[in-house]
Structure formats: C-alpha cells, structure tokens
Design a protein around this ligand. Structure first.
Ligand code: SAH
Length: 378
C-alpha cells in the first residue's frame, strides 16, 4: 500500500501496514481512515485544519483529538515534513529551502515575495526526465517522483516559516514535470484549492508543463487550475531540440489541448512561457511566428530571460533583443510580459533549481521515456 495515501475505495486494514502519510492524503481517504478507527468523519476536518491552516504536523499537539485518539493515530500514521538542509535568503527577499527527501536526494522550494502577492514555487520530482536543453534540473537527470506528502510538505513547511498570509499563490515551477507525476500531484492540487485545507482560488494555483498532453486533458476534467505551458520555440524543428517531449506531442497537438483547457477555466487564458536564448529563439522573425500561433487565442506570453547555470551552453539574449521580441508581440496585440529574474544570487531563479539528484537515470527523452510519461495515468 502506498504510504502517502489510501487509494480511493480502499478500506485497508491500516493497522497492519507501514505508517500512512497524512500530508497530501485526499480528504475522502482521511475520512475513511477515521472510520477504520470508529471515529466520526469530522475528525478528518480537524486534522486538516491542524495541518494546513495551523501548520502543525506533530500529531500529539492536535489537542482537539483525545489523547487516546492521538496515540492511536500516531501508531498508524505520520505527518512528517522533509528535513531542511539549507535555508537561503536573496538580497531581493526571495527565499530558498533545500530539502532532504532521503537516500541523498534533495529538492528545492522557492518563495518569491512581491508587493501584492507571495508566490511559492514547489518541486514535484527529484530531477526531471524531460531533458529540456536549457534547464539545470534537466541536466541533473531524473531520480524519482515525489510523493504527495513530499510535495505538499513544501507548502506546509514554507507556510510555517513565513507570515501566515504570505503565500497567496502556488506554482509548480520548481524541479520536475508535474504532469509526469500526475498521480501524486493531483491530490496536492485538490488540497490547495480545498476550503478545508488551503482554500486558494483556482487562479492562484498554476501547473507549469512542458506539454504532457494526455495528462493535460485529464487535468482539465480533474481540477482545472491555472495553466502555464513551456513553449520556448515557435516551430517543431526548434522545439524538438529545446523541449524534447515535442517529438511526442508536437506544437499543434499541444496547442489544441491548451485551447480546450482554456474553455474550462475562469481566466480563460493560458500563459505561455518562452525563455529567451541568444541567437537561438529570439529573432523578430521568430516572434512573428509565435504571433501566428497565438494570435486571437486565449493566450498571454511570459518572456523569461535565460538564467545561466554551471555547464549551460546558452547565453541570455541581449536586452535589446528581449525588448524587440516583446515589442513585436505587443504590437501584434498579444499580451506579453518579461519576467524579472528573482533570487539569482542564491540560484533560485527559473531553471536554476538543481537540488541534489543522485543515482540519476540520465534519460534523453526518446520515445521510450515519452511512452512512460504518457502512460502514467492516475
Ligand atoms: N517542467 C515544468 C515546470 C518546471 S520549469 C515546465 O517545463 O514547465 C519552470 C519554468 O522555468 C519553465 O517554463 C522552464 O522552461 C523555465 N526554465 C527552465 N530552465 C530555465 C532557465 N535556465 N532560465 C529560465 N527559465 C528556465
């Protein structure tokens, strides 16, 4: 049995299993868990309040449960957070946590404070298999999927260390491809928008994907939060090289899925991320090709100046090229913004998160991995 959650409908004899992880456990499964202990369903609500609203993970401190129940619960379940290996704060206020997820693997979580919001950027995998050419995490290779507890644990941990109201947005833009770990990411997304847990609006939770199209279609039905798509190139030829999953789900297929997705969300708009690489994808001609793809669609473009990392073979576009690219999009009527790098003095900017990925499977994304990714349905 997975230790992070009972699968739906499973009325297992939890007393005979390894300890269950309460963090990230779907509300319905928590209710079931209390039923197995002959307790009322409202116990689930109480525990969720402790975990997600008071950031308390010590079961013994959950004082509205009787001492006997707390003891019983602690025998079969745990709400342990990943150990913090390192905390760093940038001169611009960005904060980064390096978290131990066992067997020598470490992941990173970043908090980005802004005037009117605070964004927590969380990781979904130790490493990443998608091997995007310009990404530090991709260079590390892939080790494993994080459990729901490890993913949501990042939020609990950060919320505990920041002001209670500091986190207004959560983005899956840390290490890993969230839609390649759909089974464990979905329960977390649901808890982030569940009033009994974090109660964030769907517009304030963003899944960022390089384009795992089948799971994108699933997400539209399962929990249609805000969506960011890592496009990075206007043609399949170039995108095949920069974002290898494009060989499996090319631009036309990806965009079709995006437009369907947009119909079901309140903002009706998808963000397209486009990292600007000097001399690779930053010409005015390429900006015009991008306009052709997105014009008249529910799309906005977020241009990301490339953040360098050790061993990266690319350079960031010149400020003038960035400006011209942006102007070309804007003059054609597209909404486009330029993302200001945050926390680069502590290597916390987009694409710089490397954590520590050992025993990695150094997989170039060929059809073999793509099949695995596409087949990882919940
Ligand atoms: N796998 C997901 C989420 C992780 S990356 C995805 O691909 O969307 C979050 C964003 O940072 C993505 O748009 C990614 O392409 C971008 N990124 C990766 N490496 C970067 C780098 N070195 N500089 C700037 N942005 C980068």
């Amino acid at each position: 049995m997975p230790t992070d959650a009972l699968t739906p409908g499973q009325r297992a004899d939890v007393k005979d299993s390894a300890k269950l992880g309460l963090l990230g456990m779907p509300a319905a499964n928590l209710v079931e868990l209390f039923e197995t202990l002959d307790e009322k369903p409202y116990r689930a609500r109480q525990v969720m309040k402790w975990l997600y609203q008071r950031h308390v993970t010590d079961l013994d401190a959950m004082t509205d449960l009787s001492a006997a129940l707390r003891k019983q619960l602690a025998e079969i379940a745990t709400a342990e957070l990943p150990e913090v290996l390192k905390r760093e704060t940038s001169t611009d206020g960005t904060r980064k946590w390096l978290l131990n997820v066992g067997a020598g693997q470490a992941i990173e979580t970043v908090f980005i404070p802004e005037a009117n919001r605070g964004t927590l950027c969380i990781s979904s995998q130790a490493g990443c298999a998608l091997d995007c050419a310009f990404c530090a995490t991709g260079h590390q290779g892939f080790n494993r999927n994080l459990s729901s507890a490890e993913i949501l644990g990042q939020v609990v941990l950060a919320a505990r260390e920041l002001d209670t109201t500091a986190i207004t947005n959560v983005v899956f833009m840390g290490m890993g491809e969230p839609l390649a770990n759909y089974k464990n990411v979905l329960p977390v997304v649901r808890l982030l928008v569940d009033d009994q847990a974090y109660g964030l609006s769907r517009r304030r939770v963003t899944i960022s994907t390089a384009g795992v199209v089948p799971r994108l279609n699933d997400l539209a039905n399962d929990c249609n939060v805000a969506l960011a798509v890592s496009l990075h190139a206007p043609t399949d030829d170039l995108r095949d090289k920069l974002v290898p999953i494009n060989k499996v789900h090319p631009i036309a297929e990806l965009l079709d899925a995006c437009w369907r997705y947009a119909e079901g969300i309140a903002s009706r708009q998808i963000t397209f991320e486009y990292v600007l690489l000097d001399g690779v994808n930053d010409s005015v001609a390429q900006a015009k090709q991008l306009v052709k793809l997105l014009k008249g669609r529910p799309a906005k473009v977020n241009l990301i100046p490339f953040n360098a990392f050790p061993e990266s073979e690319f350079r960031c576009s010149a400020p003038r090229a960035i400006e011209e690219f942006w102007r070309t999009l804007r003059d054609s009527g597209l909404i486009a913004t330029i993302r200001r790098p945050r926390g680069d003095d502590i290597a916390a900017a987009c694409g710089q998160l490397a954590g520590r990925v050992l025993d990695r499977q150094r997989v170039r994304l060929g059809s073999r991995v793509a099949r695995t990714v596409g087949a990882s349905s919940p």
